[in-house]
Design a protein around this ligand. Structure first.
Ligand code: ZN
Length: 151
């Protein structure tokens, strides 16, 4: 592993990869979406239980690289309890972090992924779970794939 890559795998990422949060199929889910990142081989299913407009429960299942799994795990901790609009706003912040490397300090856990911006192929890994979660939120019936997104 190069020095740059080891910087990429910071403590938050390692921790979420080792002990993923909210992992496993959510039996009470009323929304589910599949995410697929064929360029890296990452896959995930994101399960939501929506109460009205709010994410009451969230879970995920998947396999793939450390970045994709850690990012999806972290995402579930960030989105639980959020409304659809709040979830969209958080994704915009996260997307900004991973594409520019600029991280506001107040969202420090998401900022762990700032190093991803130096590895463009990894941006798809980092955003895969988020795309799946937003698809689930919107009730998008089609499986989501990073190939349908420009990033
Ligand atoms: Zn990946």
């Amino acid at each position: 592993m190069s020095g740059d890559l080891s910087e990429l795998y910071q403590q938050v990422i390692l921790d979420h990869n080792k002990r993923p949060r909210n992992r496993g199929k959510l039996p009470t889910a009323n929304r589910v979406a599949h995410g697929d990142n064929p360029t890296c081989g990452d896959q995930c299913d994101v399960y939501l239980r929506l109460e009205g407009d709010r994410i009451a429960e969230i879970g995920f299942d998947g396999s793939g690289c450390a970045i994709s799994q850690a990012s999806t795990s972290l995402m579930t901790t960030q989105l639980k309890g959020k409304t659809a609009a709040e979830a969209e706003a958080l994704f915009q912040q996260f997307h900004h972090i991973v594409t520019t490397g600029e991280a506001p300090e107040e969202i420090s856990d998401l900022a762990a992924f700032a190093g991803v911006h130096a590895f463009p192929a990894r941006i798809k890994c980092a955003t895969l779970g988020w795309h799946a979660a937003l698809s689930a939120l919107h009730g998008d019936p089609a499986p989501t794939t990073t190939e349908s997104h420009t990033d």
